[in-house]
Design a protein. Structure first.
Length: 388
């Protein structure tokens, strides 16, 4: 395929914040954009040149998207893989429906990791009552995760013993699940990479992630965030996983680092990822620009991190004080701090737990950046200290 050059229209399935930042990166490079999302107020739809508000499975909507856009990507993995397949008949689509279908399903995803020689958490597939009975004792206590449609810790339940496991599987409606052993985590990290149709791959430095209540809260990227060996192993595992899929696009692979130093893969996202948002202000090319480049078939240059960075996720909770009294977060005070970069996604209704935006803090020196991040967190009412 020859490159699709600026001036053309690029399309995205899904109008959330990831779609919005894709649209913004594409527009910065001179592309026109088309978003398909059923919500007329979607964050990406609001800033896109074209916004088709239909369901993802709507054949007319998909045809309109394919009519407008010369190439199409997706911003979330729960879009029906069939929609991508349908679009791929008319237009280049990346990532492929196959890759997205694997990432959508924890059972297939784990099988893919194993086939690439990358170790994941000890687990058992539970699709039948017989498999439930046969679960080995050493997987308990564990976490029962639905095979499909989980995100931000939704669709997950911690289970201490067999009785709790059986109850949790019932509560999940006996849908296909994976039981994972509850692991003693030291910390979590992720790698965002981009792979072109020719197999060329570039990646960002490994990112250290802190989750609260199953949702990403803080990402840090600096030379001391993990050992060079851990970072190298994570990058090499992420590359194998992408190569094994013949992947085209931006891919994020999330890892657990255990207290004994072992590195296990957790899951992958076939798109830019929340843990890669720091790249927007601390690298010479962001994960969203790389998504545009892979989609358009443009050359990929290895990203260069020019600043150390901490990213704070801004959830809807910050718009409330004492639980339910609305407040406006102290943006002006936060923006008075050096090296702060505010990204808000244009969502009109803040709700507890809803991802409303993120704040990147960049600088030359991680101690200074951490000091600023703590200060910003205090102004916003985020828990301090930021790390653990
Ligand atoms: P997202 O897609 O937003 O990353 P998710 O719903 O797919 O979330 P996971 O990534 O599977 O969920 O898990 C969410 C978090 O729960 C992990 O980042 C980790 O903090 C914790 N967690 C998940 N599995 C385990 C495990 N086996 N042992 C210990 N902690 C775990
Ligand atoms: Mg996760």
């Amino acid at each position: 395929m020859s490159a699709i050059l600026p001036g053309a229209t690029l399309g995205v399935l899904g109008g959330g914040q990831l779609g919005r930042m894709f649209v913004q990166a594409a527009q910065q490079m001179g592309y026109f954009t088309a978003v398909l999302d059923p919500d007329p107020d979607s964050p990406a739809g609001r800033v896109s040149h074209h916004h088709i508000h239909t369901d993802y499975a709507d054949i007319d909507g998909l045809a309109r998207l394919a009519g407008l856009a010369e190439a199409i990507t997706t911003e979330f993995e729960n879009v029906p893989a069939g929609a991508l397949e349908h679009l791929a008949v008319a237009r280049p689509v990346s990532p492929s429906a196959d890759a997205v279908a694997i990432a959508q399903d924890r059972i297939r995803e784990k099988a893919h990791f194993v086939s690439c020689g990358v170790e994941c958490a000890p687990h058992a597939v539970i699709e039948t009552a017989i498999q439930l009975e046969a679960v080995p004792d050493n997987l308990l206590p564990g976490i029962l995760k639905t095979a499909r449609l989980g995100y931000d810790g939704k669709g997950q339940r911690r289970v201490a013993d067999r009785a709790a496991l059986a109850a949790a599987w019932d509560e999940a409606g006996n849908v296909p699940c994976v039981l994972e052993k509850l692991l003693p985590l030291d910390f979590e990290c992720s790698v965002v990479l981009a792979r072109g149709a020719d197999g060329q791959m570039v990646h960002f430095p490994a990112q250290r992630n802190l989750h609260r209540d199953g949702v990403l809260a803080v990402t840090e990227v600096h030379p001391d965030s993990m050992s060079a060996t851990q970072a190298r192993r994570a990058i090499s595992a992420a590359r194998s996983i992408a190569d094994g899929l013949g992947y085209v696009g931006v891919l994020c692979v999330e890892f657990f680092v255990l207290q004994d130093g072992a590195l296990l893969v957790n899951e992958m996202a076939p798109r830019p990822h929340n843990s890669g948002h720091w790249s927007m202000d601390a690298c010479d090319v962001s994960q969203f620009e790389l998504q545009v480049r892979t989609l358009a078939g443009l050359p990929l240059n290895p990203p260069r991190q020019h600043s150390v960075a901490i990213m704070l996720n801004l959830l809807g909770d910050l718009w409330f004080v004492d639980g339910d009294k609305p407040q406006v977060p102290r943006w002006a005070d936060v923006l008075a701090l050096p090296g702060t970069h505010l990204h808000l996604y244009g969502k009109s209704e803040p709700r507890p737990g809803r991802k409303m935006g993120h704040l990147n803090i960049t600088g030359d020196d991680i101690d200074a950046v951490r000091g600023t991040a703590d200060f910003a967190a205090a102004l916003l009412g985020l828990p301090i200290p930021l790390s653990e």
